[in-house]
Structure formats: structure tokens, C-alpha cells
Design a binder for this molecule. Structure first.
Ligand code: IPD
Ligand code: CA
Ligand code: CA
Length: 265
């Protein structure tokens, strides 16, 4: 476990980064604030970079031995089994952020030799701090959370469109979405994978899937979800690795097998 003091320092640092997100208005109109990345409609803003740098330098003051896998820097897969690895998405939901949709989060997942240590996802717009330490339950602003008990026909299922890789995945995304839609209560698309996972963890939604996610999208969320009683695998039901991109499915556990068989139909 991180000691309480260390954990509080990391959450305070993440809150400060949330203030930076809230201070941004009309990012789209700020000259030079947005750059294009590889893929389709994939952007990075100056805020993603400022927040990532602030997180890394702040975390190093708390955990000088920490190593980092973070979206807006060069990364090496060799980091996966590091003694203390912080996996960071400085802004998950950058397109929402640019459009001022107010649905973007900061995601920090921490692993010790590949094993979950703790995870934090912060939505500054609602001041919602999702946290979990391995073996100690999941919390939203300090209150214990758990997944829903809903069945597949009652389920609200969110999905991601793997937007940057649509040339490869668009047909698959929408064919799976249709199959799931025909069996559940309704579908949702938030634009932030980490937020989607936390929405399952606290029982607002019942499942979430996306054909391709990167480790920083799910590293924190999967720790929070597991501690809330949920299940998270790839589309074949296999355990996810914290260092590799993968298909991603998470649920309240109860409907997981049914979802996998629906995806495979
Ligand atoms: C993206 C968001 C989006 C999901 C994409 C992710 P980013 O992360 O989580 O909801 O559909 O697959 O890459 O680029 O905004 O950090
Ligand atoms: Ca992301
Ligand atoms: Ca991001």
C-alpha cells in the first residue's frame, strides 16, 4: 500500500492538474494550442503536455524511484515489469476537451512489477475523484463504490469508437455495437475511456467496450473496476497486460460472458 500521506499527496497533485483543465476556455481558438498526431482526428493540446509534465515532476518528488509510461512521451515496453510504474493519461478525452464538452479526466494507474498498486481517475468538471488501492476497495470522493447487479437486457453499455484507427476498426466497432444494442437497454458514447470504466465501477453503467485501447486509457480504471467487483478482459476473455494496446471489455462481472459471446457472434 502507499502510505496515506503519499496517496493524499498524489490526489492533491491530480486536483491541481484538474484546476489547469478548468482554467482552459476555448482551447480551439488559442493560437498554437493544438497539434495533430498520427491517425485520424487525433490531437494533443498544450494542456495535455503541461499536465503530463506537472504530474511526472510532482510524482518524482513523492516517489523518487518512479518510472513512467505516459501518452505524450516516447515509451518503452520494457518498462512493464518495473518495480514502480506510473501509467499516465494527462487528459483522457482530449477531443471532448478541445470542444469544451466537459467530459475529460486525468488518469493515473500505478503498478509494482506489473501488479496493481493503486489507481486514480479525476473528473474536474464534477469534482469526482475515483480511487482504489489493491485489496482495499474502490471509492468515489471517499465513499465506497461497487458495480451494478443489472442483467444484460437492463444494461446501459458504453462503447468507444477507436476513433484514431477508424480505417481498420470502423466496420467491427459498429457491427459489435449493433449486436450489443439489440440485447441491452441502450448504448452510450462518452468520449473518455477512463471515465467509461469508472462509470461501470460505480454502477451508473453496466459495461463498456472498445476495439483498441492503449495502456494509459485503462491502467487506472481497471484497478478501480476490479476493486469495485467488476471484470475487465480483452474481447477473448484474456487478462490485459498493463504495457500493451488491446481490445477492451469491462462489465459488472455478471454479464461478462454473455457480452463476449455476443461480440463473437
Ligand atoms: C481516447 C478517449 C476515447 C477513446 C479513444 C481514446 P484520448 O483517449 O478515451 O474515448 O475512444 O480510444 O484514445 O486520446 O482522448 O486520451
Ligand atoms: Ca486516452
Ligand atoms: Ca490523452
Amino acid at each position: 500500500m502507499p502510505d496515506e500521506h503519499e496517496f493524499d499527496k498524489v490526489t492533491a497533485l491530480i486536483k491541481e492538474c484538474g484546476e489547469l483543465m478548468l482554467s482552459a476556455h476555448a482551447v480551439e481558438k488559442e493560437s498554437g494550442a493544438i497539434e495533430i498526431k498520427a491517425g485520424t482526428a487525433n490531437f494533443v493540446t498544450k494542456y495535455d503536455k503541461i499536465i503530463q509534465n506537472k504530474l511526472i515532476s510532482g510524482i518524482l518528488q513523492i516517489f523518487p524511484e518512479a518510472l513512467f509510461l505516459a501518452e505524450e512521451k516516447e515509451n518503452s515496453a520494457a518498462l512493464a515489469d518495473s518495480p514502480l510504474l506510473f501509467i499516465i493519461d494527462p487528459i483522457d478525452g482530449t477531443t471532448n476537451f478541445i470542444h469544451d464538452m466537459k467530459c475529460s479526466v486525468i488518469s493515473v494507474g500505478v503498478y509494482k512489477k506489473g501488479n496493481p498498486f493503486f489507481g486514480i481517475v479525476y473528473n474536474p468538471y464534477f469534482d469526482e475523484m475515483f480511487t482504489a488501492e489493491a485489496g482495499r476497495g474502490a471509492y468515489l470522493n471517499g465513499e465506497r463504490i461497487s458495480v451494478s447487479l443489472r442483467s444484460f437486457p437492463e444494461a446501459l453499455v458504453s462503447f468507444g469508437t477507436a476513433p484514431y484507427y477508424r480505417d481498420t476498426y470502423a466496420d467491427g466497432v459498429f457491427s459489435i455495437a449493433k449486436k450489443v444494442f439489440m440485447k441491452c437497454a441502450d448504448l452510450r458514447r462518452s468520449g473518455s475511456a477512463a471515465y467509461d470504466i469508472c462509470s461501470v465501477a460505480c454502477g451508473r453503467t453496466d459495461a463498456y467496450f472498445e476495439m483498441l485501447l492503449s495502456p494509459w486509457d485503462f491502467a487506472a480504471g481497471r484497478i478501480i473496476l476490479a476493486e469495485a467487483g467488476g471484470k475487465c478482459t480483452d474481447f477473448d476473455g484474456k487478462t490485459l497486460k498493463c504495457s500493451e494496446p488491446s481490445s477492451f471489455l469491462c462489465s459488472n462481472s455478471l454479464i461478462h460472458t454473455h457480452l463476449i459471446s455476443t461480440i463473437k457472434e
